[in-house]
Design a protein around this ligand. Structure first.
Ligand SMILES: Cc1cc2nc3c(=O)[nH]c(=O)nc-3n(C[C@H](O)[C@H](O)[C@H](O)COP(=O)(O)OP(=O)(O)OC[C@H]3O[C@@H](n4cnc5c(N)ncnc54)[C@H](O)[C@@H]3O)c2cc1C
Length: 308
């Protein structure tokens, strides 16, 4: 049996929770569906320093728990551990396939974020959970006083490398170029950290081990020379791709798969809005996700009032 809510919000990260807060405060009956634990990507790392309002920074889990309790206070219904697998629309009414059931609604806000991209080298899939990981906060403690490699040169790689450096004996940062893309403040911290060592112009080519990861093979991106370093863990942060498969052809995407919206965050389907990291935009942060959530909710509220 299908239930009805005026709006379905997909994804319980900063964008989805903010949309929920704005919708509920506007008197719109909304439900938020989250495939895992509510809180989104910030539940997977340690600390946020650049979200305004917290001069000393804040534990990212605590920030998300605060957003969740704020949304609940306004009455947002949250269905967690429930994955959305598809959406159809007929005569302006959406049907969202959520878990074993479906939800009818007048509008949808998709705020499903992104997931890490694999490096697709031998050993990566084989040793996932046995030394290979995408989450330092979840798995870092298994590498206390051990040696790990972090693959990547962006914010996520360097920030997670610093998290690991608090636990591990040594953190190698393997980067295919000779400069990092991470914010300067994070780079400076990493360069000063005694446990972090940078392996420039190196691309990973194979993760090697028996039961667990034992080493990683690298190739120099300039000279082609091969090398191998002994590590107990490999943390991969080479980019992300948007979670959009459940949207089918209801949306337009760019060449990397991110969803195109107009300035009110509307997709090419009336009543379907996209907020947060899954959207084509130039900055993917909590602050921009929160802004998107607010804007998508207000845009959808106007749409519902106009069509009622
Ligand atoms: C390691 C790392 C460190 C970071 N550090 C910072 C930082 O210091 N400051 C900062 O501002 N930003 C930081 N970011 C970026 C920030 O976390 C994101 O920009 C932000 O979380 C995006 O919010 P979102 O709501 O769009 O997506 P997410 O937070 O990714 O939330 C999306 C949610 O949708 C759910 N979902 C996906 N598919 C489905 C489905 N089919 N059905 C139901 N639910 C689904 C997911 O489970 C997830 O909970 C960091 C990111 C990483 C990876």
């Amino acid at each position: 049996m299908s239930e009805f809510h005026e709006v379905v919000v997909i994804g319980g990260g900063p964008a989805g929770l903010t949309a929920g807060i704005y919708l509920m405060r506007a008197g719109i009956d909304a439900i938020l569906v989250e495939q895992g634990v509510v809180g989104g990507t910030p539940m997977k790392y340690e600390h946020v320093e650049n979200y305004p309002g917290f001069p000393e920074g804040i534990a990212s889990r605590e920030l998300m728990e605060r957003m969740t309790s704020q949304a609940k206070r306004f009455g947002l219904v949250i269905k967690d551990f429930c994955q959305v697998s598809g959406i159809t629309v007929q005569a302006g009414r959406f049907t969202t396939q959520a878990g074993e059931g479906s939800i009818e609604s007048l509008g949808v806000i998709a705020a499903a974020g992104t997931q890490s991209v694999p490096i697709n080298i031998p050993g990566e899939a084989e040793f996932m959970g046995r030394g290979v990981s995408n989450c330092a906060t979840c798995d870092g403690m298994f590498f206390r006083n051990l040696d790990v490699a972090v693959i990547g040169g962006g914010d996520a790689a360097i920030q997670e490398g610093l998290t690991l450096a608090n636990l591990a004996r040594k953190v190698y940062v393997v980067h295919r170029r000779e400069t990092l893309r991470a914010q300067k403040i994070i780079q400076d911290r990493a360069f000063k950290h005694p446990k972090m060592e940078f392996l420039w112009n190196k691309a990973p080519i194979e993760i090697v081990g028996k039961e667990q990861v034992e080493s990683i093979k690298l190739r120099d991106t300039k000279t082609g020379q091969a090398s191998q370093i002994k590590v107990d863990g490999v943390f991969v942060y080479v980019g992300s791709r948007p979670n959009t498969s459940f949207l089918g052809d209801l949306v337009d995407k760019d060449e990397a798969g991110f969803i195109r919206t107009d300035e009110d965050l509307l997709t090419r389907t009336k009543g379907l809005y996209v907020a947060g990291d899954a959207r084509r935009k130039s900055l993917r942060q909590i602050s921009t996700a929160v802004g998107d959530g607010a804007l998508a909710a207000v845009s959808l509220e106007r749409y519902i009032l106009e069509t009622k």
